[in-house]
Design a protein. Sequence first.
Length: 277
Amino acid sequence: MPDLIFDVQNVSFAYEEGGPLAVRSLSLQVPKGAFYAVLGQNGSGKSTLAKLMNGLYLPTEGSVSVCGMDTKDEKHTWDIRCRAGMVFQNPDNQLVATIVREDVAFGLENIGVPTEEMPGRIEQALRDVGMTEYAERAPHLLSGGQKQRVAIAGVLAMRPEAILFDESTAMLDPQGRREVLSAVKRLNRELGLTVIWITHFMEEAVDCDKVFVMHSGEIALSGTPREVFAREEALRALRLDVPPMAHLAQTLREAGMPVQDVLTVEDMVREAKRLCR
Ligand SMILES: Nc1ncnc2c1ncn2[C@@H]1O[C@H](COP(=O)(O)OP(=O)(O)OP(=O)(O)O)[C@@H](O)[C@H]1O
Ligand SMILES: [Mg+2]
């Protein structure tokens, strides 16, 4: 069995005692180095699940372990927060200092990293997200995508095993979204960072390892992107779309054109060439 970074076993969670369950009997195993996407309509439980996975919330029932540590075990609380970092939606709420470098240092100070170790970690983290040349700039003068990459550097500097991204591209323009997603994909590929990518943008999930679709606190659909996005009807019933190219392929098939296996623009180009030959 590969190293599990997250092991979510039969977890239920209610915000109030006896209240409705925001997450119900949910199980999910995430191996080291995986890139998993979590989709689902508003209120389906994605953010609650993310906060259960880094120990911000504790399960009402069931258990969550992070790198083998139970989130209910108080002696591991800090260790778990460092191993499983989180990046949220609004970059402005995550940056606290007046200079980029200090912002990345902030989290390190909080976890008590020795002062002499900090510059190396900060340089490395900024390099990993392609923000080295902005180290001395003021965060509020950066673009949304750049701010979000600084926020990621702040988490990376803590040397996490995994980062949970909770709609971290939702407030960005298309360029900013591409910037952030490609930085995260590179961290996954090159550093083996485990990634949980929560999003409302279907096209952001097309090349991840697995997709999980939540509905009413449960996982309603899961599988590879090809398996999940082939279920157009099921997704629509869960108030989600398929990626635009998958929808176009479906429409073309209904019109009698045998396009196959299409999720991305590149797939569509390949199929168009094949059919025109
Ligand atoms: N702080 C809270 N107190 C009480 N109920 C909450 C709280 N936060 C979320 N909920 C409820 O828990 C359920 C799951 O919410 P959650 O925020 O996890 O959904 P989500 O999938 O992240 O939604 P969105 O796409 O809007 O971010 C919803 O019914 C929501 O109303
Ligand atoms: Mg949410």
